[in-house]
Design a protein around this ligand. Structure first.
Ligand SMILES: Nc1ncnc2c1ncn2[C@@H]1O[C@H](COP(=O)(O)OP(=O)(O)OP(=O)(O)O)[C@@H](O)[C@H]1O
Length: 611
C-alpha cells in the first residue's frame, strides 16, 4: 500500500487542485443522480402507483407543490426537471472525462520522464548489474500499470464519495432498509477478500510474464544474426509457444477471477433481494410503495459496492507494478553518479594540461569474489600524446578505460586529472572532454546526418564533411545515393562493419574532444582503411590525448607509450621500439604471433592466387 500512496501523492503533486475540482465534480454528479431518485417519487404518485399523502412517505413534504397544480402540468414539470438533471449530469461527466484524460496522460508522461531522468543519471555499475529488458519493461508495461492503477485508485476514492452520498440519500428515504442493505454489503465484501488477494497474486504473475516476454524478444532481435545463421529458429519458436501458453493461462485466470467475483456479487444480490421481498411480504406486511423503494435503493447501492470491489481488485493487481517501479526509482536514487545537483548539459569540458593518472588502482566486478579485473595499476597518460593499451582477451583493457572515464569507481586507489583526484565535482567535466569509440559503436536508426548532429546539433555542412574526411569516410558517404541523408537502419545495419566504425570515428572527432579513446576501433577495417585511419590518428597526434586499445599491433606503431596488461596487472610499459626489444616480454611474443599469422595469411593468399 505504501507504494500506492507514494504514486497517489505524486499524482496529487502533479495535478494539484484540478484533482479536487474533479472530485467535487463527482460529488455534484452523484447529488444530481440522487435528485433523480427523488423525482421518481412524485412521478409514481401522479401515475397512481403510490400515494405520497399516505404512510411514511408523506413526511417528505417537499413534493406537495405538485399536488396544487394540474396533473398534466405537474407531469410535464417532473419530466422536464428530469431531463435537465440528466443533461446537467452528463455535461459535467463529459467535462470530467476530458479533464481526467488530461490528468491521466500528463501523469504518465510525468512518471515516465522522472524515471527516465533517474536512469540517465545512474552510474555504469547499475547497468552492468541490471538486465536491460527489465528496464525496458519498467518504462513500458509497468509504467502503464502504475499510472492506470493510480487512476483506478482515484476512481475508487470518488466511488467512495459517490457511495457515501447515495447512502445518505437512501438513509433519508428509509434508514432501516439502508442499514439492512449496508450490513449485507459488508458481509459480502468480507467474504470477497479472497478475490483481492488472488488479484494481487495474478498481478505478480503478469509482471513476471511481461518481463520474460520483453527479455526474450530483446534477446531475439539482438541475436537475430546468430539465430538465422545457426538455425536457432525452432528453439525460439518453442520459447514463444511456451510463453504464449503461460500468457493465455494467466489471462484466463484473470478473467475467471473477475467473472467469479461478478457472479458472486450477482448471486448474493439476488439472494438478498429475494429474501427481503419474501420476508417483507410474509412477516412484515410491507406496503407496496415501501417495497418499491427497497428495490430502488438496493439496485442503486448494490452496483456501487460491486464497483468498489472491482476497483480494489484492479488496484491489487497493479500493486506489484507499483512496487517494482518504486524500487527501480529507489535503486536509481542510490546509484546516482553525482549525488548532489548535477547539470549534464551545461558542464564545461576540462582541459588536461599534463596527464591523466591511475594511482594504485584495483577493481573487482564482484566484491564477493577473489578475482580482480585490475590490480595495483599505476600509470600516467601524458596530455597530447598517444597511449596504446594492449593485452590478451580478458586482460582488463576495457575495464581500465572505464575506470579512466570515471564510469567505474576503483575499489582502491585513485584516478587523477593533472594531480587532482577524480571526484563527483570534476567527473562530468572530464567526461565532456572525452570522445569514446566503443567496440560495438552505437548508431541509431536515422540518416548519417542525424547521427552526426546528435553530437553537435549546430555543426555546419563543412564541419560534417571535414570530420568524415578525417575519419576516411567522406569517400563512401559521397558515393551513397542520398549522401549525408542516407538512412542507415537499426544500429547502422545498412553499412559495413568498417563503414560503421569510420562513421562513429567521424562523429567522435566532430565533438572536438581533448581526449579521444578508441576501443578496438580498427578491428573491422581492412588494411587500406586501417592505413587511412592510422594516417588520421597521426594527424591528430600532438593535438589531443589519444588512448587506443588495439589487438592489431600494427595500428599502434606510432604510439608514444604502450601499456601491456596481463591478468589485470601492468606487466610492461614503454615505447613501441623499446618493448619490441624486450625479447622475453609479452609484447614481443604477441607481436611475433601476429607477424606469423600475417605471413601465413599472405602465403595462403599468394598460394590461392598461384593455383
Ligand atoms: N560486467 C562484468 N562482470 C563481471 N566480470 C566482468 C565484467 N566485465 C568484464 N569482466 C571480467 O573482467 C576481466 C577483464 O575484462 P575486460 O573486458 O576489461 O577485458 P579486455 O582486456 O577488455 O578483454 P577483450 O579484449 O576480450 O575485450 C575479465 O576477466 C572479464 O571476465
Amino acid at each position: 500500500m505504501e507504494h500506492l500512496f507514494y504514486f497517489t501523492k505524486q499524482m496529487h503533486a502533479y495535478a494539484g487542485k484540478i484533482l479536487y475540482v474533479n472530485l467535487l465534480g463527482m460529488v455534484l454528479i452523484s447529488l444530481l443522480d440522487g435528485m433523480g431518485i427523488f423525482l421518481l417519487l412524485p412521478l409514481l404518485d401522479i401515475s397512481g402507483i403510490m400515494n405520497m399523502k399516505m404512510g411514511w412517505i408523506s413526511h417528505l413534504g417537499i413534493f406537495e407543490i405538485f399536488n396544487d397544480i394540474p396533473k398534466p402540468l405537474a407531469l410535464l414539470l417532473i419530466v422536464g426537471m428530469y431531463v435537465i438533471l440528466i443533461s446537467g449530469q452528463s455535461l459535467i461527466q463529459r467535462n470530467l472525462n476530458l479533464r481526467d484524460i488530461k490528468i491521466h496522460t500528463g501523469f504518465i508522461n510525468h512518471v515516465r520522464l522522472e524515471t527516465y531522468n533517474a536512469l540517465l543519471q545512474v552510474n555504469w555499475d547499475f547497468f552492468i548489474k541490471k538486465r536491460k529488458s527489465d528496464l525496458i519493461n519498467s518504462l513500458t508495461g509497468e509504467l502503464g500499470h502504475v499510472t492506470s492503477g493510480t487512476y483506478v485508485f482515484l476512481q475508487f476514492l470518488t466511488s467512495i464519495v459517490f457511495t457515501l452520498i447515495q447512502i445518505g440519500i437512501a438513509l433519508f428515504l428509509s434508514a432501516k432498509l439502508t442499514v439492512f442493505v449496508l450490513i449485507c454489503g459488508l458481509a459480502v465484501s468480507f467474504f470477497s477478500r479472497t478475490f483481492i488477494k488472488r488479484s494481487r497474486m495474478l498481478g505478480n504473475q503478469s509482471l513476471e510474464l511481461g518481463r520474460s516476454y520483453i527479455g526474450g524478444i530483446t534477446d531475439h532481435f539482438n541475436g537475430i544474426k546468430d539465430i538465422k545463421s545457426n538455425m536457432l529458429e525452432e528453439s525460439r519458436r518453442t520459447w514463444l509457444i511456451n510463453w504464449s501458453q503461460r500468457f493465455s493461462q494467466e489471462r484466463f485466470e484473470q478473467t475467471k477471477l473477475r467473472a467469479n467475483s461478478e457472479l458472486y456479487y450477482k448471486i448474493s444480490s439476488s439472494l438478498i433481494i429475494a429474501f427481503f421481498i419474501y420476508a417483507s411480504n410474509m412477516f412484515f406486511q410491507t406496503q407496496g410503495q415501501q417495497l418499491m423503494l427497497i428495490i430502488l435503493i438496493f439496485f442503486r447501492l448494490w452496483p456501487r459496492f460491486q464497483g468498489v470491489q472491482t476497483n480494489l481488485e484492479q488496484i491489487s493487481a497493479a500493486i506489484p507494478a507499483f512496487k517494482s517501479l518504486k524500487e527501480l526509482q529507489n535503486e536509481c536514487m542510490e546509484a546516482r553518479e553525482i549525488k548532489g545537483s548535477s547539470d549534464y548539459n551545461h558542464e564545461k569540458p576540462i582541459r588536461i594540461e599534463e596527464y591523466l593518472e591511475c594511482r594504485d588502482v584495483s577493481f573487482r566486478y564482484n566484491r564477493n569474489e577473489q578475482l580482480y579485473a585490475l590490480q595495483d595499476i599505476n600509470l600516467r597518460i601524458p596530455s597530447k600524446q598517444m597511449t596504446a593499451i594492449i593485452g590478451r582477451s580478458g586482460a582488463g583493457k576495457s575495464t581500465l578505460i572505464d575506470i579512466l572515464m570515471g564510469l567505474l569507481k576503483p575499489e582502491r586507489g585513485q584516478v587523477l586529472v593533472d594531480g587532482v583526484p577524480l571526484t563527483e565535482a570534476n567527473l562530468l567535466a572530464l567526461r565532456k572532454s572525452i570522445s569514446y569509440v566503443p567496440q560495438d559503436p552505437f548508431l541509431f536508426n536515422g540518416s548519417i546526418r542525424d547521427n552526426m548532429l546528435m553530437i553537435d546539433p549546430s555543426a555546419t555542412e563543412e564541419q560534417l564533411w571535414e570530420s568524415l574526411e578525417f575519419a576516411a569516410s567522406a569517400e563512401f558517404v559521397s558515393k551513397l545515393p542520398q549522401g549525408l541523408d542516407t538512412l542507415i537502419g537499426d544500429r547502422g545495419i545498412r553499412l559495413s562493419g568498417g563503414e560503421r566504425q569510420r562513421l562513429v570515428l567521424a562523429r567522435a572527432i566532430l565533438r572536438k574532444p581533448s581526449i579521444l579513446i578508441l576501443d578496438e576501433a580498427t578491428s573491422a577495417l581492412d588494411s587500406e582503411n586501417e592505413a587511412k585511419i592510422q594516417e588520421a590518428l597521426e594527424r591528430l597526434q600532438g593535438k589531443l590525448t589519444i588512448i587506443v586499445i588495439a589487438h592489431r599491433l600494427s595500428t599502434i606503431r606510432n604510439a608514444d607509450q604502450v601499456i601491456v596488461l596481463d591478468k589485470g596487472r601492468i606487466i610492461q610499459s614503454g615505447g613501441y621500439t623499446q618493448l619490441t626489444g624486450e625479447k622475453e616480454g609479452l609484447f614481443a611474443s604477441l607481436l611475433g604471433n601476429q607477424m606469423q599469422e600475417t605471413n601465413k595469411s599472405s602465403v595462403t593468399y599468394l598460394g590461392s592466387v598461384a593455383t
